[in-house]
Design a protein around this ligand. Structure first.
Ligand SMILES: [Zn+2]
Length: 73
């Protein structure tokens, strides 16, 4: 039977509960009796972050050619 971690967002009470996946989620905190429990997803998988979408754009800013030189005469 898997166990789940719950944390109360009201009093920060943290505890584990053994229950089936088909069981209803707990909502009411046993400590403060407020329905602020949140189940924490933990263990197992692990999150893979792959950042391969990094592109470097080559922007070559060419200065405009200075062909318009005024002649002094
Ligand atoms: Zn609580």
């Amino acid at each position: 039977m898997p166990h789940y971690d719950y944390r109360c967002s009201s009093c920060q009470h943290l505890f584990e509960v053994y229950q089936n996946m088909s069981d209803d989620l707990m909502k009411v905190c046993p400590e403060c009796d407020k329905p602020h429990l949140k189940r924490l997803i933990s263990g197992g998988g692990g999150i893979l972050f792959r950042g391969n979408g990094f592109y470097q754009t080559d922007y070559v800013m060419k200065p405009p050619p200075e062909g318009e030189s005024s002649s002094n005469s």
